[in-house]
Design a protein around this ligand. Structure first.
Ligand SMILES: Nc1nc2c(ncn2[C@@H]2O[C@H](COP(=O)(O)OP(=O)(O)O)[C@@H](O)[C@H]2O)c(=O)[nH]1
Ligand SMILES: Nc1ncnc2c1ncn2[C@@H]1O[C@H](COP(=O)(O)OP(=O)(O)O)[C@@H](O)[C@H]1O
Length: 185
């Protein structure tokens, strides 16, 4: 076993990365690295605003960006996303395995930086399934459409990832991902 490892849950939007990442992360005791975003919380997130993102005002985000505090940033739609260098490096310095959930662009930036310590797990489902799941979650038609616009662009990144897993049956997916992660530990 080498390490510590940074497990990167990536894939197409709406494929189940957050659902799976947090569940497996908690189960295997991986340190959770949150991203920051300027987008406002959506209704289901309002009760638990701290789980997926640290919600920052545009001013606060830009101030941190100006100070060079982000290791990686992305603009998606009109909103900014990014991971703070300190948030990412703290667990790794403490020799803790950690995980992050980002789009393929973010996964590539982190892979470039962390090399063999970065393990990308690409999660996907077909477009129709994304639509059905997000609509069932109560997401508006426009937001679902935005997820699907980037689908074709994102799905090609699977070829570069260390693990590629289709998330059809959740329990089966969790078992496969658990096994994939444990093969590194
Ligand atoms: N590159 C990059 N992508 C991120 C970061 N944080 C989140 N993302 C991705 O950006 C997209 C944001 O979509 P959004 O609809 O706001 O949030 P979601 O509910 O997490 O899918 C998703 O694909 C996220 O995985 C980040 O820090 N960097
Ligand atoms: N295997 C699965 N079967 C059915 N629904 C799922 C499955 N995996 C995830 N979901 C649901 O799909 C939706 C999108 O999942 P989410 O984790 O938010 O995706 P992402 O983080 O990739 O955008 C959520 O409502 C989630 O509960």
């Amino acid at each position: 076993m080498a390490g510590p490892f940074l497990f990167i849950f990536t894939g197409t939007g709406g494929s189940g990365r957050k659902t799976i990442g947090h569940r497996i992360g908690q189960e295997l005791g991986l340190y959770s690295i949150q991203s920051c975003t300027t987008r406002p919380p959506r209704a289901p997130e309002r009760g638990t605003p701290d789980r997926d993102y640290r919600f920052l005002s545009r001013e606060a985000f830009e101030a941190k960006q100006h100070n060079g505090e982000f290791i990686e940033t992305a603009v998606i739609g009109h909103e900014q996303y990014g991971i703070l260098r300190n948030d990412l490096e703290r667990p790794l310095q403490e020799k803790r395995n950690a995980y992050v959930i980002v789009n393929p662009e973010g996964a590539e930036a982190l892979k470039q930086r962390y090399g063999n310590s970065a393990i990308r797990i690409f999660i996907y489902v077909d477009k129709m399934t994304v639509r059905e799941r997000l609509e069932a979650k109560g997401m508006s038609f426009e937001v679902v459409d935005r997820y699907l616009v980037t689908y074709s662009e994102e799905v090609v990144y699977r070829k570069q990832c260390e693990h590629v897993i289709e998330n059809t049956d959740l329990l089966r997916t969790l078992a496969r991902i658990r096994e994939a992660i444990q093969s590194h530990l």
